[in-house]
Design a protein around this ligand. Structure first.
Ligand code: ADP
Ligand code: TRP
Length: 334
């Protein structure tokens, strides 16, 4: 039986961070053997909110290199750049005729972006979900690994697919959000305010491109407190986040030791030493990020190889996109 098609995209609007890694990319890596995977850098989507393109190309290369450094294997999957696949833009044109102004205006992400940036409410921003649906439907993907914030966009993609099929004949399967093996983890910002993110809280976000010194400084500054007031206390979110990070990069014994120290602490008898815990986490995090950072840097310095990989991805993606667009043209235009 043919493998199911998995697809996801990431916008090159900043540096990739541990939230992207543990919340998204690590899952992509697990999927690449089992599914027919398409992963891409959504550079057209960036234009809806970031019209200045001076650093765009560099960000595209960095995101591609970081994805490979995290373990995506360009031989197993199609790793490509959105703008290298013009069939997506053609499908976007057809789907735009099936998308209604009212539903687009009601989209949560649109309303949020209008609120944040009222002076650039462009038509591309309004039709962002249509472009995203085109990304997905062009490969007739059924499984889309994304975070919760993208679920509304997927529901819209299903609606557009249904409308197309109803009007022009059955071309598209319906895509659904897909999380590998249960709960997705969310990585909070180290200052305890919100989640790690590409554009906010930069001193409290750990990036895959951070050098050893910055990693250490940021972790040592992570928010903690005076310690638990009684044994087996409920952990505040910012302390839990440090444990979550430790669970990803430290040995089980190390995590266990600090958990026991936390659970046995109480006012007047604070056993857990957050300073020591952060020092250990910094050491283990440096060991974790360093090889990713170095591999990504090597690739960015080897433009010839990186361009070859991106070209190979575009070829694979276009082969699949072409099959779909032929069906679409025939269905719509006859
Ligand atoms: P950002 O919010 O940094 O711009 P994106 O919205 O581009 O990140 O997200 C890309 C992917 O990374 C999505 O699947 C999203 O769910 C995941 N992701 C982003 N930030 C986090 C986080 N702090 N914790 C877990 N997953 C995250
Ligand atoms: N909108 C997604 C985000 O902000 C990025 C994206 C664009 C995407 N096209 C996609 C994700 C297609 C999954 C499938 O994170």
């Amino acid at each position: 039986m043919a493998k199911e098609v998995v697809l996801s995209g990431i916008r090159p609007t900043g540096f990739l961070h541990l939230g992207n890694y543990f919340g998204a990319m690590r899952n992509y890596v697990r999927m690449q053997d089992e599914y027919n995977c398409y992963f891409f850098v959504a550079n057209w989507h960036s234009l809806t909110t970031h019209p200045d393109t001076k650093t765009l190309q560099q960000s595209v290369y960095r995101v591609a290199a970081e994805n490979i450094a995290c373990g995506l294997d360009p031989e197993k999957i199609a790793l490509y750049v959105q703008s290298d696949v013009p069939e997506i833009a053609e499908l976007y044109l057809y789907l735009n005729m099936l998308a209604y102004k009212g539903e687009l205006e009601k989209t949560a992400s649109f309303k949020e972006k209008v609120r944040l940036n009222p002076e650039n409410v462009n038509a591309g921003l309004l039709t962002y979900p249509v472009l995203m649906a085109s990304d997905i439907l062009i490969h007739r993907a059924v499984k889309v690994p994304v975070g919760k914030d993208q679920e509304q966009h997927l529901e819209m993609a299903r609606n557009f697919a249904q409308r197309f099929n109803y009007r022009y004949g059955n071309v598209f399967p319906e895509p659904y959000a897909f999380n590998y093996g249960g709960e997705l983890i969310k990585i909070l910002s180290l200052d305890g305010n919100g989640k790690m993110s590409k554009s906010e809280n930069q001193m409290a976000t750990l990036y895959l491109a951070d050098d050893d010194d910055s990693i250490k400084k940021k972790i040592m500054k992570a928010k903690t407190d005076g310690g638990p007031a009684e044994p087996n206390s409920v952990m505040p979110d910012y302390i839990k986040n440090i444990f979550t990070l430790m669970q990803q990069v430290s040995t089980p014994d190390t995590v266990k030791k600090f958990e026991e120290d936390f659970n046995n602490s109480s006012t007047g008898n604070i056993i857990i030493r957050y300073g020591d815990m952060k020092k250990q986490l910094a050491e283990d995090m440096i060991a974790f990020i360093k090889p990713i950072r170095e591999k990504a840097a090597d690739l960015q310095n080897n433009k010839e190889l990186l361009l070859k990989i991106i070209k190979q991805g575009a070829d694979k993606a276009r082969a699949s996109a072409n099959e779909t667009i032929q069906l679409v043209r025939k269905a719509v235009l006859g």
